[in-house]
Write a protein that binds this ligand. Structure first.
Ligand code: ZN
Length: 136
């Protein structure tokens, strides 16, 4: 996810992402939110819900794996894990690149992505395609 969006999450939820200034031996959060920009709203909503019900919870890693969101936390309650499961399931219905919920499919290749039809076309037609660019 591009820096500007990551910073937005850190600003909105400083407590949840309180490891952001730690070294990467202590938390993987300093590496950033390692997903496409299309999941920003999903991650924002999840962060909001977690913060509301469990202020003790801390996010330690956020990334994409096998086409789905992975949201790792410590000090979480069962309720928090339920929210995370729900958001991780939902990520398979949202284009990781552009955020569209239409014609989204998870495809398997050298790297697994969950993308909408349009983004799959762009990816096929552009050898330099990447899940996100700093300047987009
Ligand atoms: Zn898309």
């Amino acid at each position: 996810m591009k820096k500007k969006l990551q910073e937005r999450l850190y600003e909105l939820f400083p407590n949840l992402y309180r490891g952001r200034n730690l070294s990467i031996t202590e938390s993987l959060i300093p590496l950033g939110v390692d997903t496409g920009n299309g999941w920003f709203d999903l991650i924002k909503k999840l962060s909001e819900d977690i913060t509301k019900i469990s202020p003790e919870t801390e996010a330690v890693q956020v990334k994409e794996k096998f086409g789905g969101l992975r949201f790792y936390v410590v000090n979480a309650t069962d309720e928090v894990y339920k929210l995370i499961d729900k958001a991780e399931d939902e990520s398979f219905k949202i284009c990781e690149k552009c955020g569209s919920r239409e014609n989204v499919a998870t495809g398997y290749g050298s790297w697994v992505f969950t993308l909408c039809d349009k983004c799959w076309d762009n990816k096929r037609n552009n050898p330099n395609w990447r899940i996100w660019e700093e300047d987009e």
